[in-house]
Design a protein. Structure first.
Length: 412
């Protein structure tokens, strides 16, 4: 049975592993499988490749290789930065935003249970951050301010350089979750001025299971994972050599594809978004048009549920999402859209399309061929639609519950 072609529009969730990255990994699975911490030549040779990869990742963000700490993922990197700031400063207050990835939101809730205090900054209706509110939220007992570089659901970009400058003026550490940025925007940590920056390799065409934390030189750091002397004593555990090498190769490719992301991919995204907003009624873009990642479009489709849209798209081989993959399965509307003031019904009808370097114009054509029919089909059976025949006594929550029941029939 021939496998159906996949039309992939969920690159903010994860990316296809680049063939060049696979090729770079293979020797470290088959031939150079030694432990890089071993004293003999076989291990030392492997260690050399780890350090070469560290240099490549450092170049991606304009850092010194000694400032690069390999982790298992972006979540670990985020958690490590916040935990280290609390330990090294002895302070008990963290400032972050209401639209952060769940790696920050849930860790903040964990910290609160431990007796720490966390301030979650609000955002404007377009997803932007009021820097005056941020500045006023910093207290004498604030250990760190953590603001994401670009939002994973809307693509909205935050002014990290200004955030870091405010933190320096207050004598407070700063961290940014930059997981969505490499390959889409250039990153220069020196000009950003942050103390910590997180990346995750699977967002830039490398495998899952490897991440990175930038720790600015001379910034005090307390290890989050305690073990051996690996990573210069900053993270215990035997290095995942093949993944680290893959990260290094992916970093090289990410720098090489910056122009493609900001020209061809951006044009595809704009065509997709403009066509939907023009040709499908009762749609609206969530978040500011600019500044925004060049690959991300978050569209609200009124009177439908996003999960039903995604299910029908999946039946024709199209992959998209309703937000972060880490919150898939949740019945609650997106916390990002809720923080922006998007009403729950509209938030539940919002779909994120995130493109990448492997998307083509034909992919977009295929999506736009199927999407209008899917939206119309769902609206025709939706009591959320004001034109539905049963709307004479319109109770919005009752209608939503009924709608959820009717959506189950779509599977058949």
């Amino acid at each position: 049975m021939e496998q159906q072609k996949v039309y992939y529009f969920d690159n903010n969730a994860t990316t296809r592993v680049a063939p060049e990255v696979v090729d770079a990994m293979v020797p470290f699975l088959r031939e150079y499988w030694g432990n890089p911490s071993s004293a003999y030549a076989f291990g030392a040779q492997v260690h050399g490749h780890v350090e070469q990869a560290r240099e490549k990742v450092a170049t991606l963000i304009g850092a010194d290789p000694r400032e690069i700490l390999f982790t298992s993922c972006g979540t670990e990197s985020n958690n490590s930065a916040l935990q280290s700031a609390l330990v090294t400063t002895g302070k008990r207050h963290v400032v972050t935003t209401k639209v952060e990835h769940s790696a920050n939101i849930n860790f903040g809730e964990h910290l609160e249970k431990q007796g720490f205090e966390v301030t979650y900054l609000p955002v404007e209706s377009d997803g932007s951050l009021d820097l005056h509110v941020l500045e006023q939220s910093i207290r004498p007992d604030t250990a760190i301010v953590s603001v994401m570089y670009a939002n994973n659901e809307t693509g909205v970009i935050f002014p990290i350089e200004e955030v870091a400058a405010i933190c320096r003026s207050k004598g407070v550490l700063s961290h940014t979750d930059a997981v969505q940025v490499p390959g889409k925007l250039p990153i220069q940590v020196k000009s950003l001025g942050v103390d910590f920056l997180s990346l995750s390799a699977h967002k830039l065409h490398a495998p899952k299971g490897i991440g990175m934390l930038y720790v600015k030189r001379r910034t005090r750091y307390s290890p989050y994972v305690i073990g051996g002397h690996q990573e210069r004593g900053r993270r215990g555990g035997t290095e995942s050599v093949a993944n680290i090498v893959a990260f290094g190769r992916a970093a090289e490719l990410a720098m090489a594809t910056l122009e493609d992301e900001n020209t061809r991919v951006r044009a595809l995204r704009d065509r997709l978004e403009s066509w939907i907003l023009t040709h499908i009624p009762n749609t609206i873009r969530n978040g500011a048009r600019e500044p925004r990642l060049p690959n991300t479009a978050n569209i609200a489709f009124d009177f439908v549920e996003a999960e039903a849209v995604l299910m029908l798209l999946d039946q024709v081989g199209i992959c998209a999402s309703s937000g972060s993959a880490c919150t898939t399965g949740s019945l609650d509307p997106s916390h990002v859209l809720s923080a922006m003031g998007v009403v729950p019904m509209r938030a539940r009808g919002s779909v994120r399309f995130s493109l990448g370097i492997y998307n083509t114009s034909e992919d977009v054509d295929y999506l736009l061929q199927h999407l209008p029919r899917i939206i119309q089909r769902l609206r025709d059976i939706s009591p959320l639609n004001p034109e539905h025949p049963d709307n004479d006594r319109y109770d919005i929550e009752a209608a939503r519950r009924k709608h959820e029941e009717e959506m189950a029939s779509v599977k058949e």
